[in-house]
Design a protein around this ligand. Sequence first.
Ligand SMILES: [Zn+2]
Length: 116
Amino acid sequence: MTIREQLVRQVRPMKVMSAVGFYGFLFSWIVTIPVGVLAAGLAVSAAGLLLLVISLLGILCFVRCPACHQKVGSLFLACGIRRPIYCLGPDVRTCPSCGVELDSQSPEEAPAGSGC
Ligand SMILES: [Zn+2]
């Protein structure tokens, strides 16, 4: 498994949590405003927004490079035209902290004795 694959695996649960939070926030208002249950809409949208914020903070705080164990979650939150949010674009080739190639084998997954 490469370092890139390991980083994507670390982000995946927070990406799902963030999508649930975002769509919960969005659809709570779409569903509850026509019905007239604003208190329920407010509660669901607040929960969705909280879930979204927690997932973003989780990406920033808990996604770490397998080689140097520094925080690299900001790589997933920087987005642009060619790089959607939560994705590592092909232009990101190295860890900004230690400079290891992201497409190299993860040191935690390397077979024993391969370093000699
Ligand atoms: Zn690193």
